[in-house]
Design a binder for this molecule. Structure first.
Ligand code: PRX
Length: 643
C-alpha cells in the first residue's frame, strides 16, 4: 500500500481554493482544536440559519454529546429556503438523470415548492414531528424530496437502500416503530426494473404499526395497492398546498437513523441529529470539496448509504451547490455512462469509490478516452482504502493529472468526512487519507490508548467530540457506549487499524473487527452467519472476507451442513440465494465452502484467522494449539473451492 510519491496541489488550484496552504490548514486546525466551541459556533453562525440561538455550544457527558443546546433550526430550511432570497433562487439545485435517459433540472425555488407540497402530504396523513418514516426508494428526485420534507417537519427518516430485502426492511421498520413507509413501484438498473413495492408488501405483513404507505410511480409496473393503507404519491400531491413553513426544531432533534452493520447479527440504527450535523457537513463542503457556486458537483454513491445522505443531498444543498443525481448503473447502456454524464453536465467535482474505479480500470481506458473530461477540477474517493494503482489511474486517466485527489475517510457514525487531504493545501500520497480535518482530534493508538510512534500501526481513534458525531444507537444507548467508547475508555473507537508514517500521514488499513467491506458497503460477519444458520440445512457457518481485485473484499462462507444434507453445488447456490433474500443481493456470498466442522478455540470461538489463511493461501501457519479439532483444519485446507 505505501508509496513515497507525493503530489502537491498546483498553484492554479491553490490560488482559488477555500484553504490554500498548509499554513492556513494549521491555523484553522489550531483554532478548532484549542477553542472548539468558539470555532464551531462562529462557523454555524456565519453559514446557517438558527431561529433561536444556543445557550451553550457543547455539552459533553461522555459518551453523550449535545451541540448548540437550546437552539432551534431546520435543516430543510437551511438547505432550501435560505437560498431563495439570494441569486441562487433560480439556480439548479438538482440535476437528475434516470437510467433510461430521462432528465430533470430542479431549481432551488422549484425544490422548495415540491418539498413543501410533499411535506403537506405527510401532514395530511397525520404524520407528526418526532415520528419515524421509512424511505425505500430508487434514486429519483422524490427520494431527496421526501428526505427534505421529513426534515422540514421533524419526522425522523430512515432511508433503506433499495438493494435490501423485505426481511431487512421489516427489521428496520419494527426497530423504529415507523408509521409511514415511502416507496416506489420500482426503479431501473441495467435496463431492467428493480421492483420495490412487492418487498414492501411482504415486509408490511409483519408490521401492523405501519398506517400509511406512499407509492411513487416510477416504472408504472403492475403493483398491488392495499386500500386505506397504500396511496399514490401523485394523487395525494394533486391538491397539496405549496406553503409549508419549516418547523422550528431543537438542535438535537433526530434528523435521521441510518442502519449499519456491526459485530453482532443485529444492525445498528445510527442516530444523527440536526444542528451539529448540518454544521459539520456544511463545513466539509468547503474544506474537502472546495465547493464553489459555479461548480457542478457529482457524488456517484447511492442515497441509501451515508455518503448519499451527507454528500448527495444535505451537504451540497446546504452549500447552495448544484448536485447531480444519477439513477442507474455505471455500465449501462455501455461502460462509459459516468464519463458521458461528466461530459454532458460539465461536472467539476466528482466523488466515487475505489471499487467503482477498479471496475472502470477493467472496462478499459477506451471508455473514458471517448469523452471530454476537461471540466473536472477535483476528484474524491470514499468507502475503502484506495490502492495506489487505482489512485494513479484515477489521477492520470480521469483527472488528466491536473485534479487533486481527496481520499476521504469517515463512517456512517461520524456523519461527515473526518480525515482527508485539503485539496488546495495538502501534499497527497496515493493511498493515504493524510490528516484529520480542522477540529478532529484523531490519533493512532495501542490498546492502552497511547499514541504509536511514527512508522507504527495501531487503532484509529477520535479523542474529542465533533459536531456531526452519532448521538446514540436507536433504542440502545448501552450498546453505543459499549461498542464505541469502552474498547479504550473515554475515546471513540473507529474499528479501523491505521499506520502513521514518518511524515505524520495516516494510512487507514481496514477493519479490525468482524465487519467486512465489500464494494465499500459494510457487512457484518455475524449478520451473514445468523442468516445462514437460519436455513434448515445449515448446522453452523463462519463468514470471512477474502481479498478481491475489484470489490476490495468478497464474502466467503464456511458451512457445516446438518446430517442428511448433501454438500453439493445445488445447496451452495440455494444458500447464496437465501442470503440474497434475507439481507440483499449485494450480500450474496461469492463462495460457499462446506466442511465437517469449523475450527474453534476451546471456549468455542470460531478461529476466523485460520479460515482467512485458508482462503488466501490454502494453508495454515501459526499457533493452532487451542483448536478443538485439529483435523478440521486439514479437511478445510485441502478442499477445493467450489467455484
Ligand atoms: O473501514 C473504513 C472504511 O469504511 C468504513 C465505514 O463504512 P460506512 O459506515 O459504510 O461508511 C462508508 C462511507 C463513509 C470505515 O470504518 N472506509 C471509509 N472510507 C475509507 C475507508 N477505509 C479507508 N480509506 C477510506 N477513505
Amino acid at each position: 500500500m505505501a508509496t513515497d510519491k507525493t503530489y502537491r496541489p498546483s498553484t492554479n488550484f491553490s490560488s482559488q481554493a477555500h484553504v490554500s496552504s498548509m499554513e492556513d490548514y494549521h491555523s484553522l486546525n489550531q483554532r478548532a482544536v484549542e477553542t472548539p466551541e468558539e470555532f464551531w459556533a462562529d462557523f454555524a453562525e456565519r453559514n446557517l440559519h438558527w431561529f433561536s440561538k444556543w445557550s451553550k455550544v457543547l455539552e459533553w457527558k461522555p459518551p453523550f454529546a449535545k451541540w448548540f443546546l437550546d437552539a432551534t433550526t431546520n435543516l430543510s430550511y437551511n438547505a432550501i429556503d435560505r437560498h431563495l432570497t439570494t441569486s441562487r433562487k433560480n439556480k439548479a439545485a438538482i440535476i437528475w438523470e434516470g437510467e433510461p435517459g430521462d432528465t430533470q433540472t430542479i431549481t432551488y425555488q422549484e425544490l422548495h415548492r415540491r418539498v413543501c407540497r410533499f411535506a403537506n402530504v405527510l401532514k395530511g396523513l397525520g404524520c407528526k414531528t418526532g415520528e419515524r418514516a421509512i424511505l425505500y426508494m430508487p434514486m429519483v428526485p422524490e427520494l431527496p424530496i421526501a428526505m427534505l420534507a421529513c426534515a422540514r417537519l421533524g419526522i425522523t427518516h430512515s432511508v433503506v437502500f433499495g438493494g435490501f430485502s423485505a426481511e431487512a426492511l421489516k427489521t428496520r421498520i419494527l426497530d423504529l416503530d415507523a408509521k409511514i413507509v415511502i416507496t416506489a413501484d420500482g426503479g431501473y438498473r441495467r435496463g431492467k426494473e428493480v421492483a420495490l413495492k412487492p418487498a414492501v408488501d411482504e415486509a408490511l405483513q409483519d408490521c401492523p404499526g405501519v398506517e400509511h404507505c406512499i407509492v411513487y410511480r416510477r416504472t408504472h409496473s403492475d403493483i398491488a395497492m392495499q386500500p386505506e393503507r397504500d396511496h399514490d404519491w401523485a394523487e395525494l400531491e394533486a391538491d397539496a398546498s405549496e406553503i409549508c413553513p419549516a418547523e422550528e426544531l431543537d438542535s438535537e432533534h433526530p434528523l435521521y437513523v441510518l442502519y449499519t452493520s456491526g459485530t453482532t447479527g443485529k444492525p445498528k440504527g445510527i442516530v444523527h441529529t440536526t444542528g451539529g450535523y448540518q454544521t459539520q457537513v456544511r463545513a466539509t463542503m468547503d474544506w474537502v470539496f472546495d465547493i464553489k457556486d459555479e461548480d457542478t458537483y457529482w457524488c456517484a454513491a447511492d442515497i441509501g448509504w451515508v455518503t448519499g445522505h451527507s454528500y448527495i443531498v444535505y451537504g451540497p444543498l446546504l452549500a447552495g451547490a448544484t448536485t447531480v443525481i444519477y439513477e442507474g448503473a455505471p455500465d449501462h447502456p455501455q461502460p462509459d455512462r459516468f464519463w458521458r454524464l461528466i461530459e454532458k453536465y460539465r461536472v467539476n467535482v466528482f466523488y466515487t469509490s475505489p471499487t467503482a474505479i477498479r471496475a472502470f480500470i477493467k472496462f478499459g481506458d477506451e471508455w473514458p478516452k471517448k469523452h471530454d473530461l476537461s471540466s473536472l477540477r477535483l476528484l474524491g474517493s470514499v468507502g475503502e482504502p484506495i490502492n495506489p494503482a487505482a489512485w494513479d489511474w484515477y489521477h492520470n486517466i480521469i483527472g488528466g493529472t491536473r485534479c487533486p485527489i481527496i481520499d476521504t475517510w469517515w463512517q456512517t457514525e461520524t456523519g461527515s468526512v473526518m480525515l482527508s487531504p485539503i485539496p488546495g493545501a495538502t501534499p497527497t500520497k496515493p493511498g493515504s487519507a493524510t490528516f484529520p480535518l480542522p477540529g478532529i482530534v484523531a490519533d493512532v493508538v495501542t490498546m492502552d490508548g497511547s499514541s504509536v510512534e511514527s512508522g507504527g500501526e495501531g487503532f484509529l481513534v477520535i479523542k474529542k467530540p465533533w459536531p456531526s458525531m452519532m448521538r446514540t444507537i436507536w433504542g440502545d444507548p448501552e450498546r453505543f457506549r459499549q461498542q464505541y467508547w469502552s474498547q479504550i475508555p473515554g475515546i471513540y473507537f473507529t474499528g479501523d487499524a491505521a499506520r502513521r508514517d514518518s511524515d505524520g500521514y495516516i494510512w487507514v488499513l481496514g477493519r479490525v473487527d468482524d465487519v467486512m467491506n465489500v464494494s465499500g458497503h459494510r457487512l457484518s460477519t455475524a449478520e451473514l452467519e445468523s442468516s445462514l444458520v437460519r436455513h434448515e440445512a445449515v448446522a453452523e457457518a463462519a463468514v470471512i472476507g477474502k481479498p478481491h481485485e475489484v470489490t476490495g473484499q468478497a464474502v466467503v462462507a464456511f458451512v457445516t451442513p446438518k446430517k442428511g444434507w448433501e454438500a453439493d453445488e445445488a445447496l451452495a447456490s440455494e444458500l447464496r440465494e437465501w442470503v440474497a433474500n434475507e439481507i440483499g443481493k449485494f450480500a450474496r456470498p461469492e463462495q460457499i465452502r462446506f466442511s465437517d466442522g469449523l475450527p474453534k478455540t476451546r471456549s468455542g470461538k470460531i478461529m476466523r484467522r485460520l479460515l482467512r489463511e485458508i482462503v488466501t493461501s490454502d494453508k495454515v501457519t501459526g499457533d493452532i494449539t487451542t483448536l478443538e479439532d485439529l483435523s478440521v483444519i486439514e479437511r478445510l485446507a485441502g478442499q477445493q473451492e467450489d467455484d
